[in-house]
Design a protein around this ligand. Structure first.
Ligand code: ZN
Ligand code: ZN
Length: 235
């Protein structure tokens, strides 16, 4: 991960903005130069995902035996330490910049795995409407946007819908999560994804229930392959 450029390519417009809204590191919240994404020290301290993770399910303790309907999941980091802080900031403290750096790492990994070129469309896991209105954005959409930045891959957030806010993930058993996720998501549009490879983006990979349910719907719409990208994976 040494060669990752941390520059955000900000430009003059961004500099003017920074006079009013200083650029802050998504990992420690300190003010940083306008043209970088985070502190170098923070970058080195983030528990980035490593080779111990199952390349198919994206979990440290493989859950492939559950018969997942997504084909693979690439996480950027483990859900702990600075990465956990950044994801919570993205979710609850309007720190949308955190999506930029996770997206950059995910794009690098997809490229390194030779997968980026195979992706036809990117779809974010939807959030409950009230949550989006309150926050002003869907963090999974920001991740999808930043992951495919600089490519021609379109991001479409009108394919999947979500009916309910859902319980706090960790309070449910894996079985209950699967059942709940299956009831929460639906296809909003009569779309055909026939033969397409879809990139499904989400912030946190916990039990895989959300990605599994969403992937099942995308496949119902004809998707040939669903590759997931998650900012973080829970150990
Ligand atoms: Zn920092
Ligand atoms: Zn696995």
């Amino acid at each position: 991960m040494d060669n990752i450029r941390l520059s955000n390519g900000g430009g003059a417009g961004k500099y003017v903005l920074d006079l009013f809204f200083p650029n802050r590191c998504p990992f420690c919240d300190e003010i940083i130069p306008y043209d970088v994404m985070c502190c170098e020290d923070c970058f080195d301290e983030v528990p980035w995902a490593d080779d111990s993770i199952c390349p198919l399910c994206g979990k440290l303790s493989c859950i492939c035996d559950r018969g997942l309907r997504y084909d693979m999941c690439i996480p950027a980091a483990y859900y702990e330490g600075k990465a956990q802080k950044a994801v919570l900031a993205l979710k609850y403290r309007h720190h949308a910049d955190a999506a930029e750096i996770f997206g950059l790492i995910l794009r690098e990994r997809l490229t390194a795995a030779g997968l980026l070129d195979s992706i036809d469309i990117a779809v974010p896991v939807p959030i409950y409407r009230a949550g989006r209105l309150e926050r002003g954005y869907n963090q999974a959409k920001l991740l999808a946007d930043s992951t495919v930045k600089g490519t021609d891959i379109p991001v479409c957030d009108s394919i999947l819908g979500r009916t309910t806010p859902g319980s706090e993930q960790h309070t449910l058993s894996a079985g209950d999560r699967l059942k709940e996720a299956a009831e929460q998501y639906y296809l909003r549009e009569e779309v055909s994804l026939e033969g397409k490879t879809v990139l499904l983006a989400d912030d946190v990979l916990t039990t895989g229930a959300t990605l599994d349910s969403c992937a099942a719907l995308l496949k119902q719409a004809g998707a040939k392959r669903v590759i997931c990208a998650a900012a973080v994976t829970v150990r």
